[in-house]
Every structure is written in C-alpha cells, then in structure tokens.
Design a binder for this molecule. Structure first.
Ligand code: MF3
Ligand code: CO
Ligand code: CO
Length: 293
C-alpha cells in the first residue's frame, strides 16, 4: 500500500497439480524455486474471469483520475478532490476502496508536497500555485480492485520540483521496462528504480512498497522499489500488482504527522517534497500490461 513493508517472512512452495502435465510455467517456477527464489502461491495467479473483473475496475479507475485531472486547479481544497472522486466513482457503479479502509476517512489520498503518501483530503488544505500533488485512487467494481495514482502540478512549479515529478515518472517506467518479460523478480525492478533515482540525486522511500492487487486491495507480493536483483518474489503470467515508487528530493526517511489522529499520513522527515506515480499491471507471457491506462 504503498503497502507498509511487513516484517514477517513468507515462503511458498510450488507444487504440481496431481495428474496434470506440468506446464511451461510450472517448470519455470520450479526452476526458480530451486535457486531459492520466492515464488507465488497459486492464489496470486488470477483466473481469466478475475482478470476480466480487474480490467473493468481499471477502466473506471482511469476515468476517475481523468475526471480529477480535468477539474483540479489552484484554489481548490483537497476535500473537493475527494468529492470529485467519491461522486464520480459512485455514479459510475464503483466503490472507492480507501473509504473506511482500516479507519481511512476519505475516498482517495491527496498527498501535497512533503506528504509522501496517504494524505487525507480536508477542507483547509487549499492547492496553491507551485504545489505538487499526488492523487491516489483505488476503485472496486463487482468486488475487483484497481489502484493508480498521478502527480499534478498546480500552475507552474520550480525546476527542482518539476525534476522530482519527472524522475518519479521515469522510475515507474523503468520498473515497467524491467517487467517487459515474465519471470523477473521484484528485486530486479527495485534495483533499477533506485539506481535511476540516485543517479538524479534523489532517494527512494523504503518503508512502503507496491503490492499485489485485484481480488483484495493489498495482496502479496510486496513490490519493493529498492532491492537486489534476483531477490523478492518471481513475477509470473497472471499476477496483478502495482508499481508505485515514492521518490524523495532529500533523505529517504519518513515520519508520521503528529496532528493526524488516524495515523495514516506519511511525511518526509526533512520536510522536502516527495513524488509518486502508480499503475496496476498484469504480468503476461509478453511482459506487463498496464491495467489502469
Ligand atoms: N492507494 C494506496 C496504495 O497505493 C493505499 C491507500 S490506503 C488508504 O496502495 F486507506 F489510505 F486509502
Ligand atoms: Co497501491
Ligand atoms: Co494507490
């Protein structure tokens, strides 16, 4: 969620289905497992019917973000963004997943400037010229989930902020490119993403990561945006997950907002801005496909 990294270690063991010829995928997974690579459980590989449902959620999720992008402007409160998201989603037959999710009080996250993620829309937060804002939307349609976020620049921002927004986008695209074939590991993309951020003088948040998504809001695997190649879970056809790197202008360290009673809001410790883009992806035989285009 922008999933908080969990401390528990998990390991799944891939088993062949009794009486069924092993598929090419079975063999690839077993080969990886023998090398000590973390492999998915069968449950994480979506059925065609589940994929169809997740695609539908993806279409509405994209429409919601397009709607936000048409209306977001200077002088608007983040609560007004929340209303746009809530009303549009409900009017089109969806449900905003964040609303009441573990006590989250609103229908989307609005993270302005030094808010890393999980910013809570409110009426006193007014968008000003130069602000950089992440709007993170997750939509449920017929029980299936899709999750994506975009950065919005209010008017014109300064060169460093703009660079941060652009590099965060490039980091997402780099993660995507690493996934242009199946049977890569989460650590392969984390390594490539963090290299690009560091090369540009920025840092990557370590405590929150991307995640499996589709049947639930947050599923395995944890998609870390830092890591070593060949570590983390193997990504195989049929898996649906997000990539959502949070890139900080300054230090990677984060902290909680003392005034936030819900405990959701995540800030940069040094007060410098942070940027993030997110898509939901489906891994296929030919690499990832964007579900939230
Ligand atoms: N959409 C966020 C993510 O990318 C999670 C937000 S949880 C909420 O995973 F409750 F804050 F909405
Ligand atoms: Co997400
Ligand atoms: Co999200």
């Amino acid at each position: 969620m922008n999933q908080k990294k969990s401390k528990k270690k998990i390991k799944s063991r891939w088993k062949l289905l009794p009486g069924v010829e092993p598929t090419e995928m079975d063999l690839k997974i077993l080969e990886a497992q023998e090398k000590g690579i973390l492999v998915p459980t069968r449950k994480l590989i979506k059925t065609p019917q589940q994929i169809e449902g997740i695609r539908k959620a993806g279409v509405l999720n994209t429409d919601v973000l397009d709607y936000v992008s048409e209306h977001i402007r200077e002088g608007m409160s983040t609560l007004e963004i929340d209303k746009l998201v809530h009303d549009f989603t409900v009017e089109h037959g969806g449900t905003p997943a964040p609303l009441n999710y573990f006590g989250f009080p609103k229908s989307c996250c609005t993270s302005v400037n030094d808010v890393v993620c999980h910013g809570i829309p409110c009426d006193w937060e007014i968008l000003e010229e130069g602000d950089i804002v992440n709007v993170d939307v997750t939509t449920i349609v017929d029980g299936y989930y899709a999750d994506a976020s975009r950065m919005f620049v209010i008017g014109k921002t300064d060169a460093e902020n703009q660079k941060l927004v652009d590099v965060a986008w490039e980091c997402l695209k780099i993660g995507e490119k690493v996934c242009s074939e199946p049977y890569v590991c989460v650590g392969d993309l984390g390594s490539a993403i963090s290299k690009h951020a560091h090369k540009n003088g920025f840092s990557v948040v370590r405590e929150y990561c991307g995640h499996g998504v589709g049947v639930e809001f947050h599923e395995d695997p944890e998609v870390e945006h830092v890591g070593k190649p060949g570590t983390g879970m193997l990504l195989v056809p049929g898996m649906t997950f997000t990539i959502e790197p949070m890139i900080n202008m300054g230090d990677p360290d984060i902290c909680e907002d003392e005034e936030d009673e819900t405990g959701w809001i995540v800030l940069t410790e040094d007060g410098l801005p942070s940027a993030q883009w997110e898509h939901t992806y489906l891994m296929t035989e030919n690499g990832v496909e964007i579900i939230t285009h």
